[in-house]
Design a protein around this ligand. Structure first.
Ligand SMILES: Cc1ncc(COP(=O)(O)O)c(C=O)c1O
Length: 366
């Protein structure tokens, strides 16, 4: 539609609409200029692993460089983790709505995703009884994502403790995707690995530079995990991709050593946009609107507009695209039927304009 000259407002993107900060770009340019364009050690250059260890230390987490593997994005790190952990038929608990990649990667690794539903009325925070009900003989791991894509939920420390207790009791791995850790608006992020040695020893922490530093195209992610995991991942990655891109790693070193304040303006801007998006969405009658506390997504319920003309959220999303020229992702893509995901990686002006268009189009359905 855009190619045909139509003014589409997109709330679909899963990446920040900011440029990668200049010093990071310059470091990669300098690396290319100095010929740093060859293979590196499979698991990443020492300098980058040291920067990751230091970043985790600032969070109160102690890791050795041998417990770090740098890969081609957090998505790659996650796949590596699932590949080495899972045997055919092993079950992995995932909290729905969840990032669609999880279930597909679990299946690709021979595992079985087992879904624990969370509810909008609880702010999409999981309940202990729902988790306990899904743990069985074949459960191998619990996969969590806080702050969460697509719900924006940030799991409180008390809930992380409950999840950790279940994992310890049933001897499960915890795979914790913390890629949105720096985008929290109400309460700070807690890494589940920081809850104690016993928890850290069963946790594969997944993170990267994509979202925090607006580096999605650089493809640098990492895991921090017990050495038995990182050793296996190192062998596996060695045969599949070898090292992540040499000069992108140099950029990531600079990213991870930038002062915290350097990414604060982006976080603040996202917080203002979240508040604006919520204010605008609140004006639309009938929406279910839990307040997201992190990442850059609002997942809102549209059941009130389903049933007559449109039966499902994908149909409604298509209607909004075609009739309102607004792109949203249907919640069904995240195992969240009846919801739509709005990504506020758009300008404030477009947030207001786009939500006005949604409001007008929904009004026509009433
Ligand atoms: C929850 C979650 N984890 C991981 C990723 C991927 O991160 P990367 O670009 O580092 O592979 C995304 C990207 O959308 C995501 O939403």
């Amino acid at each position: 539609m855009k190619a045909a000259g139509i003014d589409v407002i997109s709330f679909a993107a899963g990446e920040p609409d900011f440029n990668t900060p200049d010093p990071i770009c310059q470091a990669a340019i300098d690396a290319i200029g100095s010929g740093f364009t060859k293979y590196t050690p499979t698991t990443g250059i020492g300098e980058l692993k040291a920067a990751i260890v230091e970043k985790l230390r600032r969070q109160g987490l102690t890791y050795e460089p041998g417990q770090i593997v740098v890969s081609c994005g957090a998505k790659h790190s996650l796949f590596n983790a699932l590949w080495v952990i899972l045997e055919p038929g092993d079950e992995v608990i995932v909290f729905a709505p969840f990032w669609a990649t999880y279930a597909d990667q679990i299946r690709l690794c021979g595992g079985v995703p087992v879904v624990v539903e969370t509810r909008a009325e609880n702010g999409f925070i999981p309940r202990l009884e729902d988790l306990k009900a899904k743990v069985g003989m074949r459960t191998k791991a619990i996969l969590l994502n806080s702050p969460c894509n697509p719900t924006g939920a940030v799991f409180p420390r008390s809930v992380l403790k409950e999840i950790a207790t279940v994992a310890i009791r049933h001897d499960l791995w915890i795979v914790s995707d913390e890629i949105y850790e720096r985008l929290c608006y109400d309460e700070p992020h807690t890494s589940i690995a920081s809850l104690g040695r016993e928890v850290q020893d069963r946790t594969v922490l997944i993170n990267g530079v994509s979202k925090t530093y607006s580096m999605t195209g650089w493809r640098i992610g990492y895991m921090a995990a017990p050495a038995e995991v990182t050793k296996a991942v190192s062998c596996f990655q060695d045969q599949v991709t070898s090292n992540p891109t040499s000069f992108a790693q140099k950029g990531a070193v600079v990213a991870l050593t930038l002062p915290d304040e350097s990414v604060e303006p982006m976080r603040r801007e996202f917080q203002e946009r979240r508040d604006l998006a919520l204010d605008e969405l609140e004006k639309i009658p009938g929406l279910v609107l839990p307040q997201p506390q992190g990442a850059f997504y609002v997942l809102f319920g549209v059941e009130a507009y389903l049933g007559r003309q449109f039966k499902t959220d994908p149909e409604l999303a298509e209607y909004l695209l075609e009739q309102a020229c607004v792109a949203l992702i249907p919640g069904s893509a995240f195992e969240g039927p009846g919801f739509l995901r709005l990504s506020y990686t758009a300008s404030k002006a477009n947030i207001v304009r786009g939500i006005e268009r949604i409001a007008d189009a929904l009004k026509r359905l009433e």
